[in-house]
Design a protein around this ligand. Sequence first.
Ligand code: ZN
Ligand code: ZN
Length: 148
Amino acid sequence: MGDLSEHFSKAELACHCCGQLEIDARLIAALESLRTLANKPVVVHDGYRCLGHNQNVGGVTQSEHTLGTAADIDIPGLSLQQMYELALQVPAFFNGGIGVYDGGFLHVDVRVHEARWARVRGQYVGIQHLVTTPATLLAKVQSGSQPA
Ligand SMILES: [Zn+2]
Ligand SMILES: [Zn+2]
């Protein structure tokens, strides 16, 4: 279906302003794993961002999006909590970045250290403000919370 991988296309992961596309293969593999776990289409709202576009959308400096390691996604039909729990089951996201947004979408990235956050009414806060982390995974989640 996709022209980048089985379920993902270049158009949905390319920079929205210029069409530039620098995507880390680990991100695509992790998104495919999430697609398999969900057994539903994963909609990508934002993937790679060039530096100019990242500034224009108010992304943090050195956003994972500018490295091609991040995607903002949602899975229609699933709640934020359900999407979060699925993302935690993908090792590259579990060990990387997961942010949950009150607009109803998830940021996932494949950075090599763990980061968790929530964004509520424009403010970055602890992820527990929007979702509950299953007890078995709680210990891991208390470190780091860098937005991306
Ligand atoms: Zn661009
Ligand atoms: Zn993002």
